[in-house]
Design a protein around this ligand. Sequence first.
Ligand code: NDP
Length: 397
Amino acid sequence: MGKVLIIGAGGVGTVVAHKVAQNPDVFTEIMIASRTKSKCDAVVKAIGNPNIRTAQVDADNVDELVALFNDFKPEIVINVALPYQDLTIMEACLKTGVNYLDTANYEPKDVAHFEYSWQWAYKQRFEEAGLTAILGCGFDPGVSGVYTAYAAKHHFDEIQYLDIVDCNAGNHHKAFATNFNPEINIREITQNGRYYENGQWITTQPLEIHKDLTYPNIGPRDSYLLYHEELESLVKNFPTIKRARFWMTFGQEYLTHLRVIQDIGMTRIDPIDYQGMKIVPLQFLKAVLPNPQDLGENYEGETSIGCRIRGLKDGKEHTYYIYNNCSHQAAYKETGMQGVSYTTGVPAMIGAMMFLKGLWKRPGVWNVEEFDPDPFMEQLNKQGLPWHEVFDGDLEL
Ligand code: NDP
């Protein structure tokens, strides 16, 4: 049915490549390209399908991307490199007539700032070129938006309160490690918290607000209010929302390490002089931390991510909780990667599948909740991320 180019051969890229290869009726030709070609070759070897092509590309460089796209001629690019590369890849798509999908919004390297404005600014150009760009198609953002769209379509006339809850109850047996790219992860969680209430954004200190939330099959976990990018698009696309928040669990050990590395300046993202060289402390820290891709083998436990929603149906208030639990070990057995990479990579593959099947094909730049959630939800059940619903239970929020 279609040719796909995956950019990025990290934890998420590895899962995307496995899942794309498992669906040969949809993805008829596959290439994986990244900064380090040997990593792409290792992924292909692990999958055991020699028909998958590999290539080296610097995705910060539009000309290199254009040359690669003109050579392979993909119908869609799945961008699972880093958020810094979103705009260069979108530019190259426009120059070569290729459709686009990613899992994280653009971030400039020198300032940790999360907003869709840079990518939404491409809407008209994608429309005029007749190309589709699907933004934020991992788990959160991604499935969190699809769950919300599904709830709005089937269970509510008006969604009023939305809480996205993200629990990782896994244990990787390391004193400190991040579950995806450490630089991107630490930039995200050391930011101020932010949530939406009654038409306004309210800013909190980093990790200032927290409470115990109970996760299915896991139990209570201390959950911290963070800003997360999908809140911006969800309150725009569902204007009945009065309050939208995002919660993520952290253990005390993790938070203690985080506080120490912050206090000693290791999370700084501005370049400093070191023996005549400029280095960015957070990038140096990434080099000495465990590689998230190596966590899988000893990772136990599961993730639980979902949406807790309160709103009106036929004039009455109802609650709805929809979630997925994903086992780190099951993810590792299938793809060689842990659950956080798995829960991101599977939805990215499904988004590309939706596009190639013509179900999510619409010129312009879109967030996932703007498409029909039903065929995506059906695939989540088939592709390894089954979902569960609780009606009118206690949301704790
Ligand atoms: P990794 O750091 O493991 O992988 C990133 C990959 O991109 C690496 O292969 C890296 O190459 C490659 N890369 C980086 N810069 C360039 C460049 N300039 N040109 C070409 N390739 C490049 O990250 P993850 O796999 O953990 O995360 C991938 C993406 O997924 C990130 O954008 C992250 O924000 C997003 N994400 C989204 C989630 C969601 O639920 N929506 C959750 C988790 C992650 P090299 O190996 O040579 O460094």
